[in-house]
Structures are given as structure tokens and as C-alpha cells.
Write a protein that binds this ligand. Sequence first.
Ligand code: MF3
Ligand code: CO
Ligand code: CO
Length: 269
Amino acid sequence: MTDTLDIRTNRAGILIHPQEAFEGMRVAGRLAAEILDEVGALVKPGATTAELDDFVRGKIEAAGATSATIGYKGYQHATCISINHVVCHGIPGPKVLRDGDILNIDVTVIVDGWYGDNSRMYWAGRAPKKAQRLIEITHDALMEGIAVVKPGNTFGDIGHAIQRFAESRRCSIVRDFCGHGLGRQFHSAPNVLHYGRAGTGPVLEPGMFFTIEPMVNLGRAETKILADEWTAVTKDRSLSAQYEHSVGVTEDGCEIFTQSPAGVYAPQF
Ligand code: MF3
Ligand code: CO
Ligand code: CO
């Protein structure tokens, strides 16, 4: 069924998916979002990040789906869990959550060959006020980016909207990681930058599928990778937050494939 889909590549090298492909992305995105809805109940002081990862792995298996991250470039977990000054790609393990920790949980599933990739922020116990502010700004920055996704606008418009919003609130946008095309592959063209100039970059067309996943820091933008070769942290150890949705460009705007079924995507303190 999916083999017969007419997926073409445009002049910028970006895949253009037909209408029928949206349903595949909807199903994958919904599962990825539902798992993020459910894992929230387990986030509390005393929990380990390995427990959260086990829960997610079990949910993916129970749904008859596949984790996109297990086995990806040697990665062995169903989630990335990035705590406090960890920017992204935090590895779940024995680490115990403490009251006031903030964390991003990132889950990517494959359902019937289609990828659903999303992440959200959580907090153990009570998040400090400055962390709450960062989390809200990061969520709102993602939504500012999504708001300009429509045919005729450009990828530069998305980056610009996100950067302008975050920097106007004296936060910085991480440059070292970006969003990506996805569909029947995990990562494809283009690199979706979370900064940039309006009107630059490839033009958005109906049928493009990609993630937007800004990482926003309270301090400086620079990151470094730890010795485990995965964990990215802020160089200045300032707090970092991230939100990610998978979206598809429609005739008049965009569809968010990873909308929360429970309606709890936006942070509520
Ligand atoms: N889900 C991440 C993203 O948003 C990728 C994680 S790759 C892993 O693109 F190997 F670190 F899991
Ligand atoms: Co992604
Ligand atoms: Co992700």
C-alpha cells in the first residue's frame, strides 16, 4: 500500500509527499504524542530516567510499533532524557530525579514505516521560577515557528520567528542542533534551523514533512558533547529546554502530527 505512494523530490532536494501519506504520519505522530502524555505521571523525585525509558519502550512494544532510536547509530534507548543543563541526547540510566529538576523526554516511533518524532518538557516536584519561565518561552518559541508554516513562506521564516521570540526574552537559541525532514526516514533534508533570516532558505510546499525542535538556553548558546559521545550540555552549564513537534505542510498552513491526544502539550505549572 505505502510502496505505491508517489513521493517526489523537489528542486531543493526536499521530499514532497502525497495527500495519502498524511494519514501514515498522523498515526505515527499520535502514538508518539500519546506516549509523552502517559509518561508524565512517572516523572517525580526519586524516579530514575531508566524507569521512564523502560515505560516508553513497553508502550511502543505494546502498540506493535518500533522505536526509531534503538539501534540508531549505536544508540540503545527508546528515549533521550535531557536534564537541566543537558541540551539534548541525554542517555537514560540510573540517574535519580530530584525535586526541581527539569527534563526533556524525546520519543520517536515508527508505525507502518512512518516516523513520529516529538519531545516535551517535564519537571520533578516543583520547577524553580526561572526554569518555568524558560520552559514557557521554549514552548511558545516552537509555536511561533509553527505559526509561519504555510506554502510560500520559507524555512528561514521559521528560524527567524523562533529566534526573534526567544532572543526578545533574553534567551539564546542553540545553533549546534536542528530539526529535520522526516517521513519514511528518520532524518532527511532539509536541516530545519531554529534561527535565521526571514525570506531565506527553501520555500515551503504542501507535502513537506519535518520536525521543529528548538533548544533554548537561559545563558549562552554554546554546547559541548560529553565523553559518552551523545550527551550535549551547555558550555556555561545554564539551563536548557526543548520542545519538538512533527508537522506537515498543507495547502493553507500546516498539520501538527504530534498533537497531544490528552491536550497537555503546553506546560501547566
Ligand atoms: N529524536 C531525536 C530528534 O529529535 C533524535 C535522537 S537520536 C538518538 O531528532 F539516537 F539520540 F536517539
Ligand atoms: Co527530531
Ligand atoms: Co526527537
